[in-house]
Design a protein around this ligand. Sequence first.
Ligand SMILES: [Zn+2]
Length: 63
Amino acid sequence: MPDEKLPAILFELLRCPADMAKLDYDEENNALVCTECGTSYPVEDNIPDMLTTDEDQGTTDDG
Ligand SMILES: [Zn+2]
């Protein structure tokens, strides 16, 4: 099986959506880890999942 790695250019382009900090690649967990806030983004098929975030569902009371 070919051992494909993420191209270095990705690391230059990808930034943490929360604080725009650079990301480090964690080989053990196969994830990108933010160097600022420590948030980790799982990498699947060499594509970092940057869109999976916890969205706060705001509920409004209709009186
Ligand atoms: Zn961050």
